[in-house]
Design a protein around this ligand. Structure first.
Ligand SMILES: NC(=O)c1ccc[n+]([C@@H]2O[C@H](COP(=O)([O-])OP(=O)(O)OC[C@H]3O[C@@H](n4cnc5c(N)ncnc54)[C@H](OP(=O)(O)O)[C@@H]3O)[C@@H](O)[C@H]2O)c1
Length: 329
């Protein structure tokens, strides 16, 4: 039987999600890859236990996560929870709906009340939960009125199936639009989930980080390691068992000589800071005051241990920031 580490809250940092009362661990674990039935259950379970033992309280899922079929990550997470349900109130569990999930018009990529309501019920069943802590609309849908999407999320809260709601992959203008509706409804809308990393800074160009900060919305940012680029994974080639090696990402073609040389230069700065490249990349993301938490992915527990230690050095000198900026330009 799993017994959590007694010292799990000694080191991790918890940050308030926007202006809400909810605190999230600065490092969170996402279950997009490596948690479907294609993986080894013992490895998945080990990763969740390792994360929780390190004080990671926030676990991020979505209806469509998992290989070989959508929903298998939630099924496995439900099984893992079966061995640790005594800790349910120490966990913040999120799920989402919005991308293609099941056949036909109601499970297609959309933001309808029909889809979101049915999907959340399915997610709760797969994970064996009465409620999730955060329910997200996964991607903006230009064809559904935002009022409808907002009402569906609001309804999930009123029904007690979600405590808070969020949106993901919404730009600042879309976030502002749905925020106005949530304000009228008094919906606990607390978080946006965008991608963000040293190699992907669209939220800065869009102004989403500024908007979120000014409006009390938290940012839970995904792919903070650019799916593994910003780690020691690819400094000397492409390992077979890596995400690129397994052909599991569309980003592989960006790994050219110039990119490898840039990653090695960043690694040099990380070494001087006494960090690994992944730790520095996560510290850099957390250095943006708009960011509440980094949602990391992992294929093994050792990566989680390495990454969680990023919180030991979150500060950057002006010189380090300038040197990094020069490399990212
Ligand atoms: N809302 C959305 O649309 C959306 C989209 C994507 C992701 N997400 C969320 O964000 C989470 C994280 O996304 P992500 O997996 O792309 O994040 P990521 O942290 O950028 O990449 C994770 C991958 O990097 C490699 N890695 C991590 N730590 C490492 C270390 N210390 N040393 C070497 N390699 C390391 C592993 O790949 P290997 O397999 O090569 O070991 C790992 O699977 C997802 O699980 C999901 O919850 C949300």
């Amino acid at each position: 039987m799993y017994i959590a580490n007694e010292k799990r809250y000694d080191k991790m940092i918890y940050r308030r999600c926007g202006k809400s009362g909810l605190k999230l661990s600065a490092v969170s674990l996402g279950l997009w890859k490596n948690f479907g039935h294609k993986g080894y259950f013992a490895n998945m379970e080990g990763m969740v236990h390792t994360a929780f033992d390190l004080g990671i309280t926030h676990f991020d899922l979505a209806n469509n996560y998992g290989n070989p079929y959508n929903g298998s990550a939630e099924e496995n997470f439900g099984r893992i929870l079966d061995g640790m349900r005594q800790y349910r109130d120490e966990l913040c569990i999120s799920t989402k709906a919005g991308y293609e999930m099941w056949a036909g018009p109601y499970g297609d990529r959309n933001g309808s009340r029909k889809y979101l309501t049915a999907s959340l019920d399915q997610s709760l069943k797969r994970m064996g939960l009465e409620y999730v802590d955060i329910f997200y609309h996964h991607i903006f849908d230009p064809d559904t009125p935002l009022e409808e999407t907002a009402l569906a999320l609001d309804n999930a809260v009123r029904q007690g199936k979600a405590l808070y709601v969020g949106v993901s992959n919404y730009g600042s203008a879309q976030t502002a639009e749905i925020s106005a509706i949530f304000r009228e409804l008094h919906t606990p809308f607390i978080v946006n989930q965008p991608s963000y990393s040293m190699l992907n800074r669209w939220i800065e160009n869009d102004g989403l980080d500024k908007y979120a900060r000014e409006n009390g919305i938290g940012l839970a940012v995904f792919s903070p390691l650019y799916q593994g680029f910003l780690t020691n994974r690819y400094l000397n080639g492409v390992p077979e068992d890596s995400r690129i090696g397994k052909g599991e990402t569309w980003l592989g073609e960006q790994l050219n000589e110039q990119m490898i040389s840039r990653l090695n230069s960043l690694n040099g700065i990380a070494e001087r800071r006494g960090q690994t490249l992944s730790q520095m990349a996560l510290s850099w993301v957390l250095h943006n005051p708009a960011v509440t938490t980094v949602l990391i992915g992992a294929s093994r527990s050792s990566q989680i241990i390495e990454n969680a230690a990023c919180i030991e050095k979150l500060d950057f000198s002006d010189e380090e920031i300038a040197e990094i900026e020069a490399l990212l330009r």
